[in-house]
Design a binder for this molecule. Sequence first.
Ligand SMILES: Cc1cc2nc3c(=O)[nH]c(=O)nc-3n(C[C@H](O)[C@H](O)[C@H](O)COP(=O)(O)O)c2cc1C
Length: 162
Amino acid sequence: MRSICIYHSETGTTHAVMNEVVRSIASESLRVRDLAGYSKATMFLLGAPRALLGAHARIEPSSFDLDGYDLVIIGSPVWASRPTPVVNAIFSSLKHASGKKVVLVCTSGGSPGNTLKIMDERARSLGMEVLGRFHIAHSMQGGRDDEEQNALKELLWDIARS
Ligand SMILES: Cc1cc2nc3c(=O)[nH]c(=O)nc-3n(C[C@H](O)[C@H](O)[C@H](O)COP(=O)(O)O)c2cc1C
């Protein structure tokens, strides 16, 4: 099974979660950057309102061809209870998405809000088959929701075995 994690991570948490996925199912991985180049302050001052409006970021790389992949794992930080502008742009930039299996993941400091619902709607509107949705919360001290992380890994192992 050929799989790829495509994700945004501005401050490293989603990256760490995706790294565990990469290790557990030998997935390929692609961390997508926002060309806005936010500072800590502008992430909140500009990034959060953009997320709230459902804006699409200018991203690098700018398109993703899923031809040849069996499974895609798409990861987003939660910004203002929504996917980030990078992840909105990722969905718009997917080629050959129709019929692909997808697992959706978000990380947050507390609550996913509408993030997974919005990602799910975007994926389905592209004709993708959503196999699972996971929200992995982390604490200020750096701890993560191990139960949800393990549930994500178990689903991916099941998919890889099937
Ligand atoms: C601009 C901004 C908005 C955020 N909004 C929320 C939110 O609405 N709810 C929440 O629980 N966490 C929120 N967070 C916390 C992030 O979702 C959390 O730290 C996430 O794991 C960051 O992922 P990353 O390190 O991969 O960028 C926000 C963080 C930023 C920078």
